[in-house]
Design a protein around this ligand. Structure first.
Ligand SMILES: [Cu+2]
Length: 105
């Protein structure tokens, strides 16, 4: 294999690594979603983790994603495939709100 081929393969590998953003985590702590707003590319998995001693839920306003009550350290995952703005709240504490923006990069 020529040196230029090795370089091209390495470049493609780096590009693939940079395009893969990995899951986006949202922490549930002190009765709030942090960060409250996230922007992700289509196909990204968003993971919510409850750090409170109180159960919370992640409930999409359009009901495309609804978690069960999350106990301490429970996680809820949802993959957002379609572009859009997904507002959600905690069904136990409706003043807890957040938004997932799904946008093509
Ligand atoms: Cu809550």
């Amino acid at each position: 294999m020529g040196a230029w081929k090795t370089g091209a393969a390495l470049g493609a590998w780096l590009a693939a690594c940079m395009a893969w953003a990995g899951p986006q985590q949202v922490d549930i702590s002190k009765f709030a979603f942090t960060p409250k707003e996230v922007t992700v590319a289509p196909g990204t998995k968003v993971v919510w983790v409850n750090h409170d001693e109180i159960p919370h839920t992640v409930s999409g306003r359009d009901k495309t994603f609804v978690s069960k009550a999350l106990d301490t350290d429970d996680r809820y995952e949802h993959v957002f495939d379609k572009e859009g703005d997904y507002a959600y709240f905690c069904a136990v504490h409706p003043y807890m709100t957040g938004v997932v923006h799904v946008r093509k990069p």
